[in-house]
Design a protein around this ligand. Structure first.
Ligand SMILES: C[S@@+](CC[C@H](N)C(=O)[O-])C[C@H]1O[C@@H](n2cnc3c(N)ncnc32)[C@H](O)[C@@H]1O
Ligand SMILES: [Zn+2]
Length: 322
């Protein structure tokens, strides 16, 4: 039996989505068909597929961001992405607003409030099957061809997508975002960047390893400095409301150290090897969370004293009248 949410998605597909390529109406048969350019789009598990499957992402970032009690406490105290997202949404977060999560992966429970209508797009159908259980509408689509009418959204939220967009496609993505935003709409984005801090300075001393573990591991093929990101947004018709550097120092989660350096990098420094082995050991004892908590508690306080290019950024902006 279908749940309410699922039924809603099936019934509304042609009302919600348009052809992402020519922006005309869709008709539903077994598939969605564009009334103008006649492109056909498959529907898998009620998820319209507007672009090809990307094997790299299909199974990669599929877990939802959950709102369990522990993650709520942790998030409120130490997750600056969430704190800044809440700041962007302000009092609106419980109101009847339309939110688009770009590159939503498995979805985020913190983005979906009672009265808001949340839409997610991503390249991975597997991730979207999870996001669909949280959000009102999801579609497999490329951020540079959005399947929505113009002037549709009050908020565009996006965590860790923009660094995955190739340099030459970034302006097209911003143009599409601008198109689907209402006039007073706001963007809240967490953006991975090319950073000037001790971790990146060390990592870049070994270009092959940097390419393997900092760029290719996650698909961070479009990392640019925070300053460049801001210039790009301004050039594309956005006004920055605030831009905050995050994770700017050595006090970052132990999981991040393990992910980046528990490999050939370890052999490059005895100090690094000691800490990576220690973090792996603590993880085995399930002590990684309390330790990470303490480390991050210090680190996130220090972020406040850092320069923009020292870490990734959280960006809040709105449209200019250009
Ligand atoms: C690092 S994950 C972030 C997922 C989620 N936002 C989160 O915070 O956990 C990046 C996501 O962006 C998606 N993605 C990458 N390039 C994309 C594009 N051009 N259009 C839409 N989604 C894209 C990937 O499929 C992946 O799920
Ligand atoms: Zn079309």
């Amino acid at each position: 039996m279908k749940n309410d949410n699922e039924t809603k998605v099936v019934n509304d597909l042609t009302k919600i989505f348009i052809c992402p390529y020519c922006k005309e109406e869709l008709k539903k048969n077994k598939e969605l068909i564009c009334s103008n350019c006649k492109r056909n789009f498959h529907i898998t598990d009620n998820i319209p597929q507007f672009t090809d499957i990307d094997e790299f992402y299909e199974e990669k970032f599929i877990k939802p961001f959950r709102a369990s009690i522990i993650s709520k406490i942790y998030a409120m105290l130490l997750n600056p992405r969430l704190q800044y997202t809440n700041k962007v949404l302000g009092k609106d977060k419980n109101k009847n607003v339309k939110i688009l999560d770009l590159g939503c992966g498995g979805g985020n429970y913190f983005f979906k409030k009672e009265n808001s209508e949340v839409y997610g797009i991503d390249l991975s159908v597997t991730a979207l099957k999870s996001a669909k259980t949280i959000y009102d509408y999801v579609a497999q689509a490329d951020a540079k061809h959005l399947p929505f009418e113009g002037n549709h959204f009050d908020y565009i939220l996006s965590w860790d997508l923009f660094g995955h967009i190739p340099f030459e496609e970034k302006d097209s993505v911003l143009k599409e975002i601008r198109r689907v935003m209402k006039n007073k709409a706001k963007i809240g984005m967490f953006i991975e960047t090319d950073q000037q801090n001790d971790i990146y300075t060390f990592a870049k001393r070994y270009p092959e390893l940097y390419q393997k573990y900092f760029i290719e591991q996650d698909g961070h093929i479009g990392l640019e400095s925070s300053t460049k990101v801001i210039e790009r947004f301004e050039k594309n018709g956005f006004k920055i409301i605030f831009a905050k550097p995050l994770y700017t120092n050595l006090f970052i989660p132990t999981a991040e150290y393990i992910k980046r350096f528990n490999n050939e990098y370890k052999e490059k420094s005895t100090k690094l090897k000691f800490f990576i082995n220690l973090f792996v050991f603590l993880k085995k004892l399930k002590l990684n969370y309390p330790i990470s908590f303490l480390i991050e508690f210090v680190g996130r306080k220090l972020d406040g004293f850092s320069k923009l290019d020292d870490g990734p950024i959280f960006l809040c902006c709105e449209k200019t009248n250009q």
